[in-house]
Design a protein around this ligand. Structure first.
Ligand code: JA5
Length: 224
């Protein structure tokens, strides 16, 4: 899968895209990242990407032309996503949709926002990763990349495997423990050390259900 990113901070992506599962996917040829500098698609000496808003108001707005020219040159197939707090909420279902695409393009805004014509005339969808303000779309783009790339076939080894993740079957994952069996007075539940596989699986299921009901009632209702 090819993932394109348009940003005024290409360096923001360098280390994350070389690290962990996302980095391994590229090394192993399952993912290819193309990060382009929005300023390379400007035509003035100062490489200007923003301008004053029509109708006045504080702050600057990102100009449409560099985004359109960057995407024109990439000729991408598949979804073109503008990361924006106004977008529909990104979730695991959307990550699965993206993971079966051949190509995904992510547009990162900055300043007060992006000219609306980027949202309506260039992006195929607008997505948010949560109800909080970011200074730009870059952290959100990395979140989308991570959640999508780890789903690509072969991206994860058996230890990391996507099966059993929170959200894999719509429930939060049950608690996990490793050695030591007792640590600072806190004990690992006996059932997990019983060696009784059926009891262990029943306990995990029950824990996942209780955890989901208590912490994420809206997920629990969706599941039923
Ligand atoms: C802010 C100018 O989904 C959370 C997000 C917040 C935020 C995003 S995505 N983009 C921007 C932005 O601020 O471009």
């Amino acid at each position: 899968m090819r993932i394109n990113v348009v940003t005024i901070f290409p360096e923001y992506f360098a280390e994350p895209l070389r690290t962990s599962i996302v980095g391994h996917a590229a090394t192993a040829g399952m993912a290819e990242y193309r990060v382009v500098d929005l300023r390379d698609y400007t035509h003035d000496k100062h490489r200007t990407v923003d301008d004053e808003p029509f109708g006045g108001g504080a702050g600057m707005v990102m100009k449409p032309e560099p985004f359109f020219e960057a995407v024109d040159e990439m000729r991408p197939e598949g979804p073109i996503v503008l990361l924006s707090p106004r977008g529909r909420m990104f979730d695991h279902k959307k990550a699965v949709q993206f993971a079966v695409e051949e190509e995904l393009t992510l547009l990162c805004g900055h300043y007060k926002g992006v000219d609306e014509r980027v949202a309506t005339g260039l992006a195929t969808e607008e997505l948010s990763i949560g109800d909080y303000v970011l200074s730009g779309g870059e952290p959100a783009a990395l979140v989308v990349i991570d959640s999508v790339v780890r789903l690509l076939p072969g991206a994860m080894n058996d230890h990391e495997s996507a099966a059993g993740d929170s959200f894999y079957d719509g429930l939060l994952a049950p608690p996990e423990y490793t050695r030591p069996a007792e640590f600072r007075g806190m004990e690992v539940p006996d059932v997990l050390r019983s060696g009784d596989h059926a009891r262990v699986e029943a306990w995990k299921r029950e824990q996942a259900e209780n955890m989901t009901r208590q912490r994420r009632p809206e997920l629990w209702e969706r599941e039923r």
